[in-house]
Ligand binder design. Structure first.
Ligand code: ADP
Ligand code: MG
Length: 302
């Protein structure tokens, strides 16, 4: 592998996100994001951390218990692309072990918000803090359109990212967890769209981050894999990982998420546990509630 290979491992969103330039940047040491952090790698390690996954989860719990700080604290995020205002003073706090599902119509700003939470990009206004009082935390991030270096196998790809974390990574185990054990030696450019997304999920899990941000992880998966994906998410939360994901799969979201946040018109039009959100509009289920909630908002500029 050449030096150039080592510094240009991914093509995440390079076609859609001008900040993702395909280079890796050194980890930052600050839990607060007020500076752009154009890192395409999905495990953004903000400080060296010798913990295993289990102890990292325990650390996160302990840290929150000690400090009262959430795993993610996003405050007053506002952002515009040109004259299109995408986020308008949005705040979100996520506890260790909590699953927050972000739902909203296409173009409502979900991916933009998730990039801010994963700190691959900084908002015009507002702050994102990850982790506990010492500011040490890792974020695993699955972009909506994960990209990988053509020619690498699935195993090569995860091996590449594994070198950026301190602890040894059992790449075969990661592939097994995301249902790609049978495709371990397949070239990434030969993977289907759904399998590419699963590999992106695997990449997000390398290093056992305490916070995981997943942008439409279930998109393109067959129904069995959708269920498996949400099972993986539940297992992560049970281990103390804070999970924020966007999804249009509202059935599994309703069953799995601790909290549903509905984004529309730059603001949260609902935020609560799934049953509370459904009941708030007198709907039968989240699918129906979603229609009611976003239908009440004027859709402009989209
Ligand atoms: P969602 O993920 O909910 O579909 P996005 O966050 O991708 O929404 O996009 C929200 C809005 O911001 C859309 O109008 C989109 O066109 C616009 N947008 C997103 N990224 C960019 C960008 N890099 N440059 C300009 N406009 C953008
Ligand atoms: Mg999106």
């Amino acid at each position: 592998m050449t030096d150039r290979d080592r510094t240009n491992p991914a093509t995440d969103e390079s076609e859609t996100d001008p900040t993702a330039d395909g280079t890796t940047t050194p980890p930052t040491t600050d839990g607060d994001t007020t500076m752009p952090n154009p890192e395409p790698a999905t495990t953004a390690e903000t400080a060296s951390d010798e913990s295993t996954g289990e102890s990292a989860a325990a650390d996160a719990d302990a840290a929150t218990a000690e400090s009262g700080r959430p795993a993610i604290a996003a405050t007053d995020l506002s952002h515009a692309f040109g004259d299109v205002r995408v986020l308008d003073g949005v705040s979100l706090s996520v506890a260790p072990g909590e699953i927050v599902a972000l739902v909203g119509p296409n173009g409502s700003g979900k991916s933009t918000l998730l990039r801010f939470l994963a700190r691959v990009r900084a908002p015009d206004e507002g702050t994102v803090t990850i982790g506990a009082s010492d500011g040490r935390a890792r974020v695993g991030y699955l972009p909506q359109q994960p990209g990988f270096r053509a020619g690498f196998s699935a195993t090569d790809t995860l091996d590449f990212y594994a070198q950026f974390v301190d602890d040894p990574v059992d790449v075969a185990d990661v592939l097994e967890r995301v249902g790609l054990a049978g495709a371990a030696d397949r070239r990434v450019d030969a993977l289907s769209g759904g399998m590419t997304r699963l590999l992106g999920l695997g990449r997000a899990l390398v290093g056992d981050p305490a916070v995981v941000v997943l942008d439409e992880p279930a998109s393109g998966l067959d129904p069995g894999m959708v269920e498996r994906l949400f099972d993986i998410v539940s297992d992560l939360a049970d281990a103390g990982v804070a999970v924020v994901l966007s999804s249009h799969n509202l059935g599994p979201v309703e069953r799995t998420a601790d909290r549903v946040v509905v984004l529309d018109g730059g603001r949260f039009v609902a935020d609560g546990d799934p049953r509370a959100v459904v009941e708030s509009v007198g709907a039968a289920d989240l699918q129906t509630a979603f229609g009611d909630l976003v239908a009440t908002e004027e859709v402009t500029g989209r």
